[in-house]
Design a protein around this ligand. Structure first.
Ligand code: SF4
Length: 279
């Protein structure tokens, strides 16, 4: 966690009064999280936290290469709860090494009464210093399909809009991995942007499409620039076809019709005892 996080949260909270702020962390240093969160919550008591968890027990330790990684994340969860954070979640990213851990991490989140977030299937980015550039594909698509089918059916049994939207998003993860294509167009530089810690504004957090820098230009000028227009065109035919929660959810909120139709028909399938992912 950055030492200046409370100032960053304060600045965003003052400028964007309706923004929902969620801090993502690996949760590996509970003492640091406790110290920083105390200050952050003083500035904005509604901040949420997502703790990365790739698997249960030794799997998480193996994935992260950090001793007692699982216990440390659990301690960070307890610390966050004790400090009064209301929006706590476990964030799982599917990779070849932890594919069978999706449902166990979901079950753990359920037992702990926190949100389960499936960030996506393997992450990479062209943007220097962000997620790393090594892209990998999920090899065992059948196992991914089985895990996702179990998760999506759980979601579809509920009536909360958030659970249903997540079911659609998770279905999109499977289709992206199985077909190499998104199930919805991309809204990069149209309904979302990504800003790095130095003020660089990008169309998204994956493709290296720099639109401008907020320290040098007004946001309106950046948003209406030639670079922004070109990035919108690029996004419509983007070769990466990525499907990640942070870039998909703004589009879902703006264009909910197709997701709603899928949710309605899939809910019927689940209530008839059928699966949602056909392999
Ligand atoms: S699909 Fe959209 S969000 Fe993903 S890399 Fe391409 S432009 Fe960016």
């Amino acid at each position: 966690m950055r030492a200046d996080l409370p100032e960053v949260v304060g600045a965003i909270s003052r400028k964007c009064t309706k923004a929902r702020l969620v801090i993502s962390t690996n949760g590996l240093v509970p003492t640091l999280i406790e110290r920083t969160l105390e200050d952050v919550l003083r500035v904005n008591p509604n901040v949420g936290i997502r703790l990365s968890l790739d698997g249960i027990g030794a799997v998480h330790q193996e994935m992260r290469g950090v001793e007692d990684a699982f216990a440390k994340v659990m301690a960070s969860l307890d610390v966050s709860r004790a400090l009064g954070v209301k929006d706590i979640g476990l964030a799982y990213t599917a990779a070849n090494e932890n594919l069978d851990q999706l449902l166990p991490v979901y079950e753990l989140a359920r037992q702990k009464n926190v949100t389960f977030t499936l960030c996506g299937a393997v992450h990479s980015s062209e943007i220097e210093g962000y997620l790393g550039s090594e892209a990998t594909e999920i090899e065992d698509k059948r196992l991914l399909g089985r895990q996702l089918d179990g998760l999506i059916r759980e979601r579809l049994r509920k009536w909360s809009p958030q659970a249903l939207a997540r079911a659609y998003y998770e279905f999109g993860i499977y289709r992206r991995e199985a077909d190499g294509k998104r199930i919805l167009p991309c809204g990069a530089a149209e309904v979302l942007f990504f800003m790095d810690p130095f003020g660089g504004v990008y169309s998204c957090n994956v493709a290296n499409k720099l639109l401008g820098n907020i320290r040098e230009q007004e946001f309106g000028a950046i948003w209406n620039s030639r670079e922004a227009r070109e990035s919108r065109d690029f996004a419509r035919n983007c070769p990466y076809q990525c499907w990640m929660l942070c870039t998909v959810s703004p589009y879902l909120r703006q264009r909910p019709l197709q997701p709603m139709m899928w949710i309605a028909s899939s809910k019927v399938r689940v209530f008839l005892g059928r699966g949602v992912i056909r392999q």
